[in-house]
Design a protein. Structure first.
Length: 84
């Protein structure tokens, strides 16, 4: 996955990644969905309750783990697990 940032957008625009996690009819025995996104050393983790068409929206402020501004392409690593 790649996050692409363009400053041509409105002021305060952030790079955003939207991931669909479940379908219209998730398995009945699916209890939770665990989401983990790492971009430039910055990690975000969430545990979500299962629902139809569950999506996760991650917005990144273009800062790395050292609070330094990142320019150009950045690689996003995503892990999406479910517990039954």
């Amino acid at each position: 996955m790649y996050l692409i940032y363009t400053s041509r957008q409105a002021e305060g625009y952030m790079s955003t990644l939207v991931v669909q996690l479940t379908s219209q009819q998730p398995p009945v025995d699916l209890l939770t969905v665990h989401v983990r996104v790492v971009v430039e050393g910055v990690e975000s983790s969430k545990v979500l309750a299962v629902e139809p068409h569950l999506t996760y929206k991650f917005s990144w402020n273009r800062l790395n783990a050292y609070n330094q501004k990142v320019y150009g392409l950045a690689t996003a690593i995503g892990t999406f697990n479910s517990l039954e």
